[in-house]
Ligand binder design. Structure first.
Ligand code: ACO
Length: 453
C-alpha cells in the first residue's frame, strides 16, 4: 500500500507517512513523525481511529461479529478449552502441549493461597463495601506482600507475578464475597480445577461438605473465557498506560480494576440485571425503549451498544447459548428475567433508532443472567469480570513490556484554554466563569462544615 501524503492548503506536500500492515483488519498510518515534520497533532478523543500499539493477542472484527484469541475463534475455545489453557494461549501465543499445560496449571494452582496477613487487610473494610472497592484495595496491596516479584525488568519476576495474579484472583474475589456476607474465608483446594475451586471458595462453608457442580463449573469456564480479553478496551488501555511508566503489575492490574468498575464498561453486567429487575414485566419494555431513545433522559439500554461491534457481539451469542444450556441442564424452566431480556432484544432490534445506530446486545446483556443462575449475587458480577479479565490485562502488560517500540504513554492535547495573561489581583476578579458552587442536591455528611456552615 502507498504511503499517506499530507498536503498544505496550497497542495504542496508537507510530509509522507508510511502505512503499517495489519495481518487482518485495518492498516495503520504511522504518524509518529507528524508533530516534528508538520507541526500539528491528530485529534481523536476516545481513540476511535488511533492504534496505540502493536498487538498479536486478540482480533476483533466489529462489522462481522468476529472475535479471535491468537487466531482461534472464541466459540471453539469455549467448546474445547479450559480457562487456564486459554490463559496460557493469551499469554504465550500458542495453545499449550500437555506437558506445558500441566506445568502452567501446577504453577497457577500452587500460588492460589494469599499471605495470611492479607485477611486482616479485608477486616479494615466496611462489610457493605462494594466488592470492587475491596478488590481494588487488596490487589493494589499485593505489591506490599510480594515485593520479591515486582522488578519489571526481570523476566523471571514478571512471570512469577503473572502466575501469582492469575492464581490469587479467585481467592481474592471469593474472600471479598465471604467478607460481605459475614462467612469465614474458605481456603483454596489444589485438587480442584480453576473454576471448581473458585465455586468451592465462594459457596462452601466449614459446617458442611460441598462438591462444586460440574454443570456450574462448565458455565463458569465459558464465562471466564469469553470475558478474558478484548484487545484495547478501556481497562486494558489503562493497564498498558500505567505499565508504560514501569509500575509493577499489581499496581497495573489494580488500575485495570478501577477502569472496569465504571458502569459503561464492566459495571454494565450488574446494571443489566438491575435494569431487567426494575422493568419487571414485558408491559414496561416499550417505555424503556422510548426512554433509551430520548436524548433528554440519561437512561440507556444497559448491555446494548459497543464502540467496536456494529453487529451482534459474538460474546453475547455464546453467553445466550450457554445460558439456554444451563437452564436446560439445571431444569430451571422459563426464567422470567431471560424472557424479558429476549423480548427487550427483539423490540430493540426492530426499532429504527437501534438499527440505524447498529446497537446490538453486548457481552454484558446475558453474562449477568448466567452468573445469577450460578448463584452469584449481582454486586459480585463486575468482580468476576475482573477475575477473568486479569488474564487479558496481564497478556497485554507482558506484550507491552517486551515490545521494543513501547514508550511511556504521553498523549498530546489540543489546548483550548486562555493564552498567557497577566495575573489578576483578588480585588479585580470577575465572578464570570468561576462556578465554585455545588450543584443542587441533598446535603452530604460533613458538607455543612466544608461549604461554610
Ligand atoms: N442505549 C441507547 N442509546 C445508545 C446506547 C444504549 N445502550 N448506546 C449507544 N447509544 C446511542 C448514543 O446515544 C449515540 O446516539 P447519537 O448518535 O444519536 O448521539 C449512538 O448510539 C452512539 O453511541 P456512543 O455513546 O457515541 O458510542 P460509544 O462507542 O462512545 O459508546 C458504549 C459505547 C459506552 C458501550 C455505549 O453503547 C453504552 O453506553 N452502552 C450501554 C452500557 C454498556 O452496555 N456497556 C458495556 C459495553 S461492553 C464492555 O465494556 C464489556
Amino acid at each position: 500500500m502507498a504511503d499517506y501524503t499530507l498536503h498544505d492548503p496550497d497542495g504542496r506536500t508537507v510530509a509522507r507517512f508510511p502505512v503499517l500492515d495489519a495481518t487482518v483488519g485495518a492498516n495503520s498510518v504511522d504518524v509518529r513523525a507528524l508533530l516534528d515534520t508538520a507541526g500539528i497533532t491528530t485529534y481523536d478523543p476516545g481513540f476511535s481511529s488511533t492504534s496505540s500499539c502493536n498487538s498479536a493477542i486478540t482480533f476483533v472484527d466489529g462489522d462481522n461479529g468476529v472475535l479471535l484469541y491468537r487466531g482461534y475463534s472464541i466459540d471453539q475455545l469455549v467448546e474445547h478449552s479450559s480457562f487456564v489453557e486459554v490463559a496460557y494461549l493469551l499469554l504465550f501465543g500458542e495453545l499449550p502441549t500437555p506437558a506445558q499445560l500441566q506445568s502452567f496449571t501446577h504453577d497457577v494452582t500452587y500460588h492460589s493461597m494469599l499471605h495470611e496477613q492479607l485477611s486482616s487487610f479485608y477486616r479494615g473494610f466496611r462489610r457493605d463495601a462494594h466488592p470492587m472497592a475491596v478488590l481494588l484495595g487488596v490487589v493494589g496491596a499485593l505489591s506490599a506482600f510480594y515485593p520479591d516479584s515486582i522488578d519489571v525488568f526481570d523476566p523471571r519476576q514478571r512471570l512469577v507475578s503473572i502466575e501469582r495474579l492469575i492464581a490469587k484472583m479467585p481467592t481474592i474475589t471469593a474472600m471479598a464475597y465471604k467478607y460481605t456476607i459475614g462467612q469465614p474465608f474458605v481456603y483454596p483446594r489444589n485438587d480442584l480445577d480453576y473454576c471448581s475451586n473458585f465455586l468451592h471458595m465462594m459457596f462452601s462453608v466449614p459446617a458442611e461438605p460441598y462438591e462444586p457442580s460440574k454443570i456450574l463449573s462448565k458455565a463458569m469456564n465459558a464465562l471466564l473465557i469469553v470475558q478474558a480479553d478484548h484487545e484495547q478496551n478501556a481497562s486494558t488501555s489503562t493497564v498498558r498506560t500505567v505499565g508504560s511508566s514501569r509500575a509493577n503489575p499489581f499496581a497495573c492490574v489494580a488500575a485495570g480494576i478501577s477502569s472496569l468498575w465504571g458502569p459503561i464498561h464492566g459495571g454494565a453486567n450488574e446494571a443489566v440485571v438491575n435494569m431487567l429487575q426494575e422493568l419487571g414485566s414485558k408491559a414496561n419494555l416499550p417505555d424503556a425503549i422510548r426512554r433509551a431513545k430520548d436524548k433528554n433522559d440519561p437512561f440507556r439500554l444497559m448491555g446494548f451498544g459497543h464502540r467496536v461491534y456494529k453487529s451482534y457481539d459474538p460474546r453475547a451469542k455464546v453467553m445466550r447459548r450457554i445460558y439456554e444450556e444451563l437452564l436446560e441442564e439445571l431444569d430451571l424452566g422459563n426464567d422470567p428475567l431471560f424472557e424479558l431480556a429476549k423480548e427487550l432484544e427483539r423490540l430493540a432490534l426492530e426499532d429504527d433508532y437501534f438499527v440505524q445506530r447498529k446497537l446490538y446486545p453486548n457481552v454484558d446483556f446475558y453474562s449477568g443472567l448466567i452468573m445469577k443462575a450460578i448463584g452469584i449475587p449481582i454486586n459480585m458480577f463486575t468482580a468476576i469480570f475482573a477475575l477473568s479479565r486479569t488474564v487479558g490485562w496481564l497478556s497485554h502488560w507482558k506484550e507491552m513490556i517486551e515490545d521494543p517500540d513501547q514508550r511511556i504513554t504521553r498523549p498530546r492535547q489540543l489546548y483550548v484554554g486562555p493564552a498567557q495573561r497577566p495575573y489578576a489581583d483578588i480585588a479585580h476578579r470577575s465572578v464570570n466563569g468561576s462556578p465554585a458552587k455545588l450543584p443542587a442536591g441533598p446535603a452530604m455528611p460533613g458538607e455543612k462544615s466544608i461549604v461554610g456552615g
